[in-house]
Design a protein around this ligand. Sequence first.
Ligand code: ATP
Ligand code: ZN
Length: 211
Amino acid sequence: MKLRIAIQKSGRLHEDSIKLLKECGIDINNGVNKLKTEATNFPLEVFFLRDDDIPQYVEDGVADLGIVGENVVLEKNRPLRTVEKLGFGKCRLAMAVPKSMEYSSIRDLQGQRIATSYPVIVNDFLRKLDIQAEIHEISGSVEIAPGIGLADAICDLVSSGSTLFMNGLKEVETVLRSEAVLVSNDKLSPGQQQLLAKLQFRIQAVKKAKN
Ligand code: ATP
Ligand code: ZN
């Protein structure tokens, strides 16, 4: 019996996900250009996937656990259990408009075109505030959309804000604060649940040691 965990293959969460497992005393090889690897001292198999695919794989039970940004969990809107917040991959999903735009409140986005890779989260945010806007889903380089006339505003992930600034944009609303989380499905056997409890206990100890 073992647990299968899906982590990002490459990108912003990859290193910290591996680091967390190592800090939990789990020995694994870095899986660059590999699909999966097995821990040598814990019954854990690690799958390397695109972060966008992780919620689906965990829901379907191809993996038992996943490490992914809360932003992706919410956007994919799958029935997953958030086991633990992990304290890395911190960022915010923010609304930004051209620096030259006069912006005083969210009302100023009424009727505007908003480019984003997070249509589900943005729709939900605007609906709750009773703002109607045209959402244009684009998968990458969202920050260039206003400059090329594709949108009036964007909603994108930011950490420092320097990318926005370089593209002549200013941040005007925080839609979501996000960090990496450990998620699971509800298909774990009792034995797997015990392994998960063991892993979670170690993660909590690692987190405590950092505070
Ligand atoms: P993949 O190839 O796996 O699809 P990606 O390009 O979609 O990767 P990354 O840019 O590596 O994703 O970001 C992964 C996650 O890192 C984001 O979903 C988010 O939770 C987190 N993150 C932290 N800071 C930032 C940031 N400044 N910009 C984007 N994402 C960030
Ligand atoms: Zn992705």
